[in-house]
Structure formats: C-alpha cells, structure tokens
Write a protein that binds this ligand. Sequence first.
Ligand SMILES: *Cc1c(COP(=O)(O)O)cnc(C)c1O
Length: 379
Amino acid sequence: MKFATKAIHAGVEPEPHTGAVMTPIFQTSTYAQEAPGVHKGYEYSRTHNPTRTALQKNLAALENAQFAYVFSSGLAATDTLLRTFQPNDEILVTDDLYGGTYRLFVRVIQNFGLKFNFVPMTDANGIEKHITPQTKLIWIETPTNPMMSVIDIEAVAKIAKKHKIMLAVDNTFASPYLQNPLDLGADVVMHSATKYLGGHSDVVMGVLAMNDASLAEKIAFLQNAVGAVSAPMDCFLMLRGIKTLHVRMQRHCENGRKIAHFLRNHPKVEKVFWVGLEDHPNHEIAKKQMRDFGGMVSFILKGDDLEEAKRVMSSFKIFTLAESLGGVESLCTHPATMTHASIPKEQREKAGLKDTLIRLSVGIEDADDLIGDLKQAIG
Ligand SMILES: *Cc1c(COP(=O)(O)O)cnc(C)c1O
C-alpha cells in the first residue's frame, strides 16, 4: 500500500459488533474476563486499549516499522526509550536539539548515571572520533529547530552499525510523509505526534517505532510498567488527524516553498532557512533523504534589532504567536525569547541563532493571505 492509503486504512478495521467504520473510543479502564485469566486480549487499559492498538498499527505502517508504541507526550516516548539503558552507558547526541529533549537528558536522566555527549553531526564524518566502548546510543534530530540543519541519516546509520550502536531519530519536523528513518538504517524513530501527525494542535502525544522484536518487547514492557500511556480519546483524535496527513503535508510543503521564496526576495530579510532552498548548506542531503521540504521556515531580519523583531511578531494578523508547530494554522515563535531563552545569548549566536530570528510553522491556509500577512507585518 502507498502512503495515502496507509494513512487512512492501516490498523483500522470496522468494529466487529456494530460495523462502526471509525474506530470507537474505548473509554474503559478494564475488561470483563470469562474466567480468571480468560479474556479477549484486553485486561487493563494501561497495558492495552483497542483504540490505542488501532493507532499503533497505523503508525507502524506509516514508518514502515513492525512495531509502534504511543505515549502521553513526545518526551514520555523519549524517556521510555532511555530507560532501556544502564548507568555508565554513553549517549552521543546532536548538539542542535529540541530544548525539552536537552532538559530531559541533562537535568533528569543524567542523574541516573547515563552519560551524554553533545557533538555537531551535520558532518557525519566527525562523529566517529567521539565513540567509545561505552557508547550505546546515537540520538539525532533532523531537520533541527530552529536552524533547519539536516543530518545525513544514512551516513550516521552506517557508523552506528559498524560500532553496533543503536541509532534513534527524532522525526518530528519531517513527519513520516517526508522521511522514513528506518528505511535509511536507523533503529528507532521517535515522534512528537503533537505536531504534524496530529496536525490540529489538540493532542499531546509521543511515538516510538522500530523493527527489532527484542527492542519492541522491552518498549512494550516499559510502556505498561512505567505507564506514560495515551488516553483512548487522544488515540481517536490522533487517528482522525492522521487520515489527512498526506494532504496536509502537501499543502505545508507548497506554502513553505512560496513563503521561503517570498522572504528570500524581501529587502528587510537577511537570511532564510528552509531546507528546500538550493543554497541551504545541507540541501543536497535533504534532497537525498526527504521527499519534499516541509513547512518549517526560519528567517533573520536585517539590522540585528531585537525591538524590530518583537514589533514584527506582534503585528501578525494570521500567524499566531505561540510555541509548537505542525498544525493546520500558521504559527510564529521567537526562539531567542521563547524556546531558547534559557541558552545564553553568546552560545545562541555561536549556533547562528540571532535575536532577530523568527521561526514560522507555515500552516495550510491560502498562501496569498499568509504572504500578505508577512508583507504588512515586516513592512
Ligand atoms: C515538541 C517536540 C518534542 C517534544 O514532544 P512533546 O509532545 O511536546 O513532549 C520533541 N522533539 C521535537 C523536535 C519537538 O518539536
């Protein structure tokens, strides 16, 4: 089956008792047993829930995975994967990372004896020298937030395989419509399904998907033993959102392309970061591993004037000033004062993140209206 058919049908069967075409919300915590231990595969909803089962099968299909598991947030998914490691294991992590993942690694999991080493990974050749006999996991995110750097998944996977290290990819920014890391050699895919997968800014959820049965067994055990599971209603909303993922992504990419080109030609804009631009430093890798380039666009205003950036961001009429991304509605964020405020200014600027950098999550509204809004706000 091709992607669009899988998005709508994978894992979803008419309900056997009534024929309901849409997966019901099995809003139950427990299930009747005929005799002690005799049941229909469902005992307690932390362990299994039919709405969740349907969603997990659907997500596995979208990532070309044998197994997928959902969690109460993207960070809960990451936390659960990290619980398969031991004290003194080393984790190599890309230095350009979602802030919440950085916080989870450094301020929570590090306290349990795991060691994290943050290194640049846009040049995959630079990774190998950081590998030690204790290195057990490489964690990457591509494209990154908000600089839109791209990491070569296939190249990193080759290095990971050579050293028998697990490779996990945070695929949130691309979505499975644009990129399938397992096909490129990764071992685990993680998603904040809160973003493009859900697509309507109404659910917080995380996903882990993999092909290896022994890892899947560990994750299934932890999903139940730790218990950061998704509620039936959220699983229903996620299934509903995913049915239009391919159509939404097509429009996100189309609008992203138009807006990136509009901004590039704007006299008040210094630089545009969109992985589809031919002069983006990692464009060739993006072209190799992504089917299109998505709707995440960052840009820097000329003049290094923080107050001007704030004025622009307060002048939008359609773009909403808010964290998060990937919904049908267009959002804008100001990383320097919002998502990345905890990183010192000097360190931010070293990574290219200037105070006048504005990040757009381009939605699926009419592109002319979005461009009109940028025109009036930037002036
Ligand atoms: C939002 C996000 C996360 C965290 O997911 P939550 O669902 O908010 O817990 C992780 N990685 C990336 C790239 C994200 O954008």
